[in-house]
Write a protein that binds this ligand. Structure first.
Ligand code: AMP
Length: 249
């Protein structure tokens, strides 16, 4: 079985994101970029499945500018076998990503597409769900445990009431949650080995996909500054402030 893992290049989770002065987006010049953290978890899980002999090949796919190949190289250094880069200069919207991933699935026929539950830059939480709809494959989202059983895949999801266990047939789409595993750091020898692994470069046109944006960003702004808090001496003071200043009781 092949596993396809889409990996997105995003602003590193530890960077303090700044809005551009003209309000058209966020600053990405000279900003540290990394693999979306949920995608690291997906790569880790896929590598573990390959190491356990459950999967034979692990393909990392990234859609974005040339530098997205660095993100693919990180996946290759963690253990992915080969990469596919779909080059696009504009940031693709989730529907475009889903259509492109469907086109890759039509070519590669993976048994499983393992995505992050969410990209930390656009917070869309849409791509996995849309890929599964476009492919007509079963999906399980926000998965915190995966077990291969004879006739499919058993997954555990954290839901409000506790843990939900579902079984899916293959091929299917799974989006992964934080508690699935602890991703490994790539070792130096594996980083060196990853430099020699194959990355195929494609364009949306070669895949027959119209990836043009459908949304217009009207503006991006910083959240309002939080007011400093005050310490009150007594409960009576607190009630007075809530009633007469904040007017919430
Ligand atoms: P989103 O729906 O944007 O929150 O993203 C959910 C998941 O879809 C991510 O964790 C990735 O696995 C995948 N994904 C989204 N955008 C891209 C992209 N440009 N390249 C590769 N994978 C992506």
């Amino acid at each position: 079985m092949k596993i396809l893992v889409p990996v997105k290049r995003v602003i590193d989770a530890n960077v303090n994101v700044r809005v551009k002065a003209d309000g058209t987006g966020v600053e990405t010049d000279n900003v540290k970029m990394s693999m979306n953290p949920f995608d690291e978890i997906a790569v880790e899980e896929a590598v573990r499945l390959r190491e356990a002999g459950t999967a034979e090949e692990l393909i990392a796919v990234s859609i974005g500018p040339k530098q997205s190949q660095e993100t693919i190289r990180t996946a290759l250094a963690m253990g992915a076998d080969r990469g596919i880069h779909i080059e696009m200069d504009v940031a693709p919207e989730p529907l475009a990503v889903a259509k492109l991933l469907k086109a890759v699935c039509d070519r590669e026929r993976p048994g499983l597409v393992l995505l992050g539950k969410q990209a930390i830059d656009d917070d869309a939480v849409q791509t996995g769900q849309m890929v599964s709809a476009l492919l007509g494959w079963a999906q399980a989202t926000f998965v915190s445990a995966i077990e291969f059983v004879d006739d499919g895949i058993k997954v555990t999801r954290e839901v409000d009431e506790g843990l939900e266990v579902l079984q899916l047939g293959k091929p299917c789409v799974i989006t992964v949650d934080l508690r699935l595993n602890e991703p490994r750091y790539a070792s130096l020898p594996n980083i060196m080995k990853a430099k020699r692994k194959q990355i195929d470069v494609l364009t949306p046109a070669e895949l027959g996909v119209d990836a043009a944006p459908r949304l217009t960003v009207l503006g991006v702004s910083e959240p309002p500054q939080r007011q400093a808090g005050v310490i009150v001496e007594t409960v009576a003071d607190l009630v007075d402030k809530l009633r007469n200043e904040a007017k919430v009781i």
